[in-house]
Design a protein. Structure first.
Lengths: 91, 153
């Protein structure tokens, strides 16, 4: 499974999200590849789940993956609940 | 590189009377310029990023993380912090208004990651946010923030 995190430039917000998700996956014993993406290049990439800040929703409307939108990017509980739900729905 | 290496102490300022997004970016940029961490053009680049990509830089309720790209004039990896006297709207759908502003300058896509992970961890702690928001005096805030991040990991 590939989980991508998305932000405008691919090394700030998306990197923070990736680090939180890596911790969650490790704690839950879930194996997945996580990768930070930027808005300029992500459309050529493939992922099963894309995790993004809520205000990026317009960029993701037609993207063929499960989309997870996060309001508070430093709220581990929100990220954990939403990412685990998405993983469950895919498996 | 740890958070205390990335965060430039003298750029930490408390309760600044800034009223618009552009005033905030300008001030944050000037503080990083005084520390010789960025070139002047980085300020314009940050404004352009916000115009183009929207207000997703408001990463959590009240917290903005501003930055542009390494090639936009970053001289060394750096982070600044300002708190605002009155919260300012950035146009975010759920996290406005902003009263904590972090400004990042990255030298490349990797060098700042450890420090960023530490920052993300602190921002998820209510106690850290309380510390950042509670001081009126910049020197006190500088001291308290550095004490917090160097003793609590």
């Amino acid at each position: 499974m590939i989980i991508a995190t998305l932000c405008g430039m691919g090394f700030g917000t998306s990197m923070m999200l990736k680090l939180f998700i890596d911790d969650i996956l490790k704690a839950e014993g879930i194996k997945a590849e996580t990768s930070p993406w930027d808005l300029g290049t992500f459309k050529g990439n493939k992922a099963d789940i894309v995790v993004a800040p809520i205000d990026m929703e317009p960029h993701l409307r037609d993207y063929p993956a499960k989309i997870v939108l996060i309001k508070n990017l430093v709220d581990k509980a929100e990220i954990k609940e939403k990412i685990l739900k998405a993983i469950r729905e895919l498996s | 590189m740890h958070l205390e290496d990335l965060l430039i102490k003298n750029t930490i300022r408390a309760k600044l009377p800034l009223h618009t997004r552009d005033e905030i970016i300008q001030k944050a940029g000037e503080l990083l310029m005084e520390a010789d961490a960025i070139e002047p053009r980085y300020i314009q680049a940050m404004k352009k990023v916000l115009d183009e990509l929207g207000p997703y830089c408001v990463i959590a309720p009240g917290i903005a993380l501003l930055h542009a790209r390494p090639e936009d004039g970053v001289k060394r990896a750096c982070l600044s912090l300002q708190t605002l006297q009155d919260p300012v709207n950035f146009g975010h759908s759920t996290n406005d208004p902003v009263d904590l502003v972090f400004t990042l300058g990255a030298k490349d896509k990797k060098g700042h990651i450890e420090a960023l992970a530490e920052l993300a961890g602190f921002l998820s702690e209510e106690k850290f946010l309380q510390t950042a928001r509670s001081f009126e005096n910049s020197l006190t805030l500088q001291k308290e923030i550095f004490e917090y991040i160097t003793t609590r990991k």
